[in-house]
Structure formats: C-alpha cells, structure tokens
Ligand binder design. Structure first.
Ligand code: FES
Length: 566
C-alpha cells in the first residue's frame, strides 16, 4: 500500500493517525519516521502488538522485565506480529510516598490513554509489583483493543541461619522480633539482605501473588501464568506463549469486556478465598468490576468466602511460598480442586472454556501439601470477612485467616491515632497508656486523606511487644500489605476524611468487634455522636496536580477507590 492509499479499516501502524488535517500526509510522515527506525513494508503489514514496559530502577521487583519483554517479543515475531514496546510509569511498592496506591489510578489512566492513542492491534501489559496489575486490568477493561496480561513472577526464597525466608511476611515477622528486642542490630541487618534475593515480586500470597492469581482466574492471562517464579524458564516460556497469543487476539479480537463477566468475577472471588489472598484484592477487584460494568459489591466477597475453605498453604495465612505453589501446579491445579464450586462456562483470553481447560488438568497431587482439596482444607471457610456496624456503615474488611482467633470477638477501649505519622511518632513512647485490650484506631488513612496507605497493620506498641504481645485489634480506614497478618480491620467506609464515624472516635470509647456476626461497632450513644459530628472539619484539599485531582474525585474503598469519572 502506498502512503496515499487509505485502508477501509485501518490496521497496525495505520491506526489512529496524528491529526494534521491531511490523512495522506499523516501516513506519509509516520512511515517516513518508521523508515528511519528501520522498518520496511514487510514489517508494516503485520499486526502491531504494543508491549507495556514497566522497567524502572525504582522498581526492583521488575528487574528481570527486560528478559521477559524479549520473550514476549519473540512470541509476537514467531506468530507474524510486529512488537512495539512502550513505557508507562512503574510503581515500586516501597519507593513511592505516601503510598503506591495514590498512583494506581494514574497508571490505569496512563495505560488506557496510551493503548488508545498509539497504533496497536493488541497489547501485552507486563506488570508485577502490587499496584501495576490492578491498574493494567482497569485499563484493559476500559479500552476497545484486545489486551492480555503477563506478570514478572515472584522471587525465589533464601534463608537465614537455616530458616527459609521470603518477602514480605518474614520482613514483618523479623522486624517485630527486632522491635521486641529479640534480634540485635547486626542480626536484623543480616536478615535484611536475605529477604529478597532475586528479581521478582514478593513470594508469599501477598497482593502481587494474589492479583497475578486472580488475573489468571479472570481469564486475562494465559493459564499457568500466575505462579512461575521470575528467574525461571517457565516464566520466559509463558511470556513467549503470551506474545504468540497476542497476535492471534489481534487477528480475532476478544476484548476484556467480553471476558470480565460476573461469572469470571465470582470465580475470582472464590479463588481469593481459597488462597487466603490479600485484602487489597477487594479494593482492586471492585475497581476492575466497576470499569467492566459488572455489579460486584463488597458483600459478594463475604458471601462467596463463606462457601470456600482455605485451600492454599502459603504465608501469611499458612506456611509455604510461591515457589511451593508453582511446584504444586499453581492456579490450574487449584481451579481443578475447586471445580465443583466454579462457573466453568467462562471463556478467557485463551479462547478455551474453563470446563475444557480443567478436563485436561489432573487434581492436586496427593504427595504435596500446598494445594489442598475441599475435603482436606488448610482452614475453614471465611478467610475474608466483610464487617458492618456503627463504625463502618458502608463496610470494612478483615482477613480472618491471618488473625488471632481469640481476638475475633473483642470489646476494648479505643486508643486513637490521627494519622500514620501520629502513630509512627507515638507508638513507641514508653509513656503510652496502652494495654493489650486496647483497640488501636488509625484515621485519616483512607483514599481521600492520603491515598489509602498500607498503614492499617499498626505495629504492636514497643512496650507491649517487649512483654510478648504479638497481636491486638486494630481498626482503620487504611489498607494493609497482603503480606501482613494480625487482627486488623481495614477499609472502614466511609473514611474519616469523608466524615465517616471513624472521625468521631475518642480515646477510651469502647469498640466492639464481632467477626462471627460480621459487626464492628462504636459503643457511643447517638446524641454524643451527633454532637461530635457537628465539630467535624474536612481536611484541606491539596493545592494542585495529581493529588488535587485524586482527592477531589476518588471514590471510597467499597467502590474500588477509582476516580469517579473513569
Ligand atoms: Fe513489589 Fe512486594 S514490593 S511485589
């Protein structure tokens, strides 16, 4: 085709011409620059596969992404496509202040816009670290281009003094021991260089592993993609297969909107329960469902979790690591174990129904203990619970499988922290008036106030930790890391900055937690609460930039904390 010929349905690099008011000139100019980049007519007749590159020195979890991009690129070329790699922002969990969550929606927005604005017939989105995969799913659900996801894979574990270690449940466990005086400075530093020793994402069932797993269940990743570790050949071969499949999707498009059905989400929610997965997945899946136009609500998580026992023995709910999950067969084996509970009519981007996929999958092997069957679970149903009550009228979340069972029913006096900074300042004060019965309350840590940081699992006050206290009831409008554990009530809605009841708690007020009855209540009478409500001052809005846009448009956690116009 010459630059002056205009195809009826523009494909590949003829899609989405730059507007100069002269289509022929737009094509001519684009092709001139492509020629400068070494492309000829043979290249330009191929379907174009955009590949999102989230490599960044600020994101060590993505350190091996360049090799994975090469694998995807090879798959695209083998299938007759033309790979075009493009960068997006990369969100490294521990490198963003106040929290990577503040930027999830920015990555989702950027990814959506770049897929739409740049010419591509399909896209492969490579993610990994916690917020990247949710943002990419949100973008995928918002565009009319086929999008398939691939993840970097998890790290491999290491050891310290003979004990197997992995990020980041063990990061928190050893840090708690250090705070309690059980490890000295030299020992905690030795632990620090043995927690994360390869490229890849956190190797427990934290947010990254959870989101990779539910992405596979949703059908937005090829089967078997969630668990191969980052340094493995399995991971690279899965990348190659994803590249090949992207070309097929370019030729016979299947859009995320067709894959992300209510049935797919319900399957994902069941698997989330069986995994003892991260509470962060609740916020992320609500956001993706909203983008996909699927009416999934907070109570669906509780309802489905009540039906599904904990089947996967991975930290923080159990003992193993992602490499154990992979060796046991990963998500496909888990789906087989759960098959009687799933909607197997679902068809993901592989184009194969779940029923057909499972027909060729054997159940978990009886010699391994990481993936269990329904008749021999790791734990009872209800790994995740949704609470409501006078402290969280629109809902709150607790990871029951990572909590202390004796604290699941508890009444205690509140000790209130105004913000994560206030908690950091005062928690280790030797004069802090706190007992193990107190309920630690953290506010101003919701989506509006501070982007919803993972500050909810407040550390046990040093004074109590030194006496052997390892868990207390904690309540907040924050999130917590998927690698955390403890009796931690999260995502209280509405958040305090939006005038939710958390804003009105005072030191000494009694708080009642009743997980069996799904209740979280502030035991203060209505008249007193009404009086306190009159004194409420909403926080000042940021003056400019992304933070202002976010604060003025972000939805509450029970709606996915997306921006209200997306
Ligand atoms: Fe990147 Fe845990 S810090 S996945």
């Amino acid at each position: 085709m010459t630059p002056n010929e205009s195809p009826s349905m523009p494909q590949g690099l003829d899609r989405g011409m730059t507007s100069y008011g002269d289509l022929g000139f737009s094509r001519f100019l684009r092709r001139a620059f492509l020629a400068a980049a070494g492309f000829d007519g043979e290249d330009l007749n191929r379907p174009v596969i955009g590949i999102a590159n989230l490599t960044s020195d600020y994101n060590p979890c993505h350190r091996d992404m360049p090799a994975l991009i090469d694998a995807v690129r090879r798959g695209v070329l083998e299938a007759g496509g033309l790979p075009f790699v493009f960068p997006t922002i990369s969100l490294g969990e521990s490198f963003l202040t106040p929290t990577s969550m503040l930027y999830r929606n920015l990555l989702a927005l950027e990814t959506e816009e770049l897929i739409t604005a740049q010419p591509m017939d399909a896209a492969v989105l490579l993610g990994g670290c916690d917020k990247t995969v949710p943002a990419q799913l949100m973008a995928a659900a918002s565009v009319d281009v086929p999008v398939i996801l691939e993840v970097t894979g998890s790290m491999i574990t290491s050891a310290w003094r003979g004990e197997q270690l992995g990020a980041c449940t063990d990061c928190r466990r050893f840090w708690a021991r250090y705070r309690a005086g059980d490890l000295n400075q030299a020992e905690i530093e030795e632990v620090g260089v043995n927690l994360a020793t390869t490229a890849g994402t956190c190797m427990v069932m934290g947010t990254a592993s959870t989101m990779a797993s539910v992405t596979e269940v949703l059908g937005m990743m090829l089967p078997g993609g969630a668990s191969p570790p980052a340094p493995s050949g399995d991971r690279l071969r899965h990348g190659v297969a994803t590249g090949r499949r992207a070309v097929e999707l370019a030729r016979s498009p299947i859009l995320a909107k067709q894959v992300l059905t209510r049935g797919a989400f319900e399957n994902a929610l069941r698997v989330l329960a069986a995994l003892g997965g991260s509470t962060n997945a609740v916020v992320h899946l609500l956001a993706v469902a909203r983008r996909a136009g699927v009416d999934i609500v907070l109570d669906d998580f509780d309802r489905l979790a009540r039906e599904i026992p904990l089947l996967v023995d991975l930290k923080p709910s159990g003992q193993g690591y992602m490499e154990d999950f992979h060796q046991a067969g990963g998500v496909p084996k888990l789906l087989k174990a759960l098959s009687t509970e799933l909607d197997t009519t679902q068809i993901g981007l592989s184009g194969v129904s779940l029923a057909d996929q499972l027909a060729n999958t054997a159940g978990p092997h009886p010699t391994q203990k990481t993936i269990r069957v329904l008749t021999d679970p790791v734990g009872p149903p209800g790994a995740l619970a949704v609470l409501r009550g006078s402290l969280a009228p629109d809902g709150a979340v607790i990871k029951v499988s990572a909590a202390t069972s004796s604290l699941l029913t508890h009444v205690g006096p509140a000790l209130v922290f105004e913000s994560p900074e206030d908690a950091a300042r005062r928690l280790d004060d030797p004069e802090l008036d706190v007992t193990a019965d107190h309920v630690l309350v953290l506010r101003n840590a919701g989506p509006i106030a501070s982007g919803m940081p993972e500050a909810g699992s407040l550390p046990i006050p040093k004074r109590l930790a030194a006496t052997g206290i390892t868990d207390m009831v904690r309540v907040s409008d924050a999130r917590m890391s998927g690698t955390s554990y403890g009796t931690v009530v999260l995502h209280c809605c509405p958040e305090s900055a939006a005038g939710g009841p958390l804003a009105f708690v005072k030191d000494g007020d009694l708080i009642s937690l009743d997980v069996p009855n799904r209740k979280i209540d502030l035991l203060v009478n209505d008249d007193e609460l009404a009086k306190r409500r009159l004194e409420f001052q909403p926080p000042k809005v940021a003056a400019r930039g992304w933070r202002r846009l976010h604060e003025t448009t972000v939805l509450q956690a029970n709606e996915g904390a997306d921006l209200n116009f997306l």
